[in-house]
Design a binder for this molecule. Structure first.
Ligand code: AQP
Length: 326
């Protein structure tokens, strides 16, 4: 089976954007791929985190992975900091990556502009992500559109590293991007990406929001003064964003949705979209609650870390040997 790797940061509860852009595919992919899914808590600390909250969100994200349908018998699920090979490999990768290349990353520019003081970890986030991917010989990486630049960096890195240290040292990964919904926008500002760490909770739908909150947030989403449900990304970006969300979650074409709301304002459309989102999230939330209350989660993560370490340590040894550390 081909190999895939993906991860999500426990930097907040995942949003409907994380779900549509990446996590929704995790469970579907595990039948056809040898899948490794990570809770990337070391990525999360590239910006300040409260220790107790980080610990809680790490566990919550693991529960959400399983609630989404990732089956620990089929896929490896683990927490990044439980497998030290990630930071060990990241060091080697950093030493073979130019600062200029990292400073060009848009995520670095975006996130550093929002921080009062910028930690070095934010700049070297991509080398750690390269480590995550290459350690599992991942051929494919299912991620949202915002990660395209980081995947390109990973591909360039592998070419450079292999050319220098031996063609068969690392596997070159390829991104798998969703056909639609690769970039869900904020409900309060359709020009910026929906983000789980946004300071304004009205800007996102969290996967754990209760149905009433979901409805309130969607009804309160900014729109425009045209009052016509139609797909026009330039002039009506907010409605276009809601239409895309509706379409990917129901598999109904945008044209057919637009046709149904012809001659109506935004109220009915928003109300129905809220119902769609609730119907997708409610079953996941139910399973999530059960998992969080039980103790199977800790066992799954323990076993996942052992399984992941075996693979990661093998690749790390190969890298160390190639560059002369071993
Ligand atoms: N708005 C989005 N639309 C579609 N996909 C998205 N992803 C993130 N935001 C959207 C995808 O979700 C996966 C997990 O993301 P991440 O945790 O690695 O970090 P991120 O990309 O930085 O996501 P956030 O929500 O914006 O987190 P914070 O606020 O902590 O920075 C990735 O595959 C990503 O592409």
């Amino acid at each position: 089976k081909p190999t895939i790797f993906s991860g999500v940061q426990p930097s907040g509860i995942p949003t409907i954007g994380n779900y549509i852009g990446a996590m929704r595919g995790f469970a579907q992919l595990q039948d056809d791929y040898d899948a490794t899914y990570c809770i990337v808590n070391q990525h999360a600390i590239t910006v300040p985190q409260d220790p107790e909250t980080l610990r809680q969100m790490t566990r919550q994200l693991a529960a959400l992975y399983i609630a989404l349908g990732i089956d620990p018998k089929k896929s490896t699920i683990f927490v990044q900091s439980d497998v030290p090979a990630h930071t060990q490999a990241a060091w080697i990768i950093m030493c073979n990556t130019g600062i200029g290349e990292l400073e060009r990353m848009t995520q670095y520019k975006d996130k550093s502009s929002k921080q009062e003081s910028v930690g070095a970890g934010l700049l070297v986030y991509p080398p750690l992500m390269v480590a995550d991917i290459v350690l599992y010989d991942a051929q494919f990486v299912p991620v949202g559109d915002d990660q395209k630049q980081h995947i390109e960096l990973a591909r360039d890195f592998v070419d450079r590293f292999n050319a220098r240290y031996g063609e068969d040292t690392l596997v070159k990964p390829e991104g798998i991007f969703p056909k639609a919904g690769g970039r869900v926008m904020s409900l309060q500002d359709p020009t910026s990406k929906m983000s789980k760490s946004d300071a304004n909770p009205k800007s996102y739908i969290s996967m754990l929001d209760d149905p009433k909150v979901i409805t309130k947030k969607i009804k309160g989403a900014v729109t425009d003064s045209l009052g016509i449900v139609q797909y026009d990304k330039i002039n009506q970006p907010a409605i276009a964003n809601l239409l895309e969300m509706y379409s990917v979650l129901t598999d109904e074409s945008i044209e057919s949705i637009v046709a149904r709301y012809e001659g109506q304002g935004y109220g009915n459309f928003k109300g129905d979209l809220a119902e769609v989102v609730v119907s997708v999230l409610e079953p996941i939330q139910k399973r999530y609650e059960e998992l969080l209350a039980g103790d199977e989660l800790d066992k799954i993560l323990e076993e996942g870390a052992i399984k992941a370490s075996e693979v990661a340590n093998r690749t790390l040894a190969r890298m160390e040997k190639a560059i002369g550390l071993k």
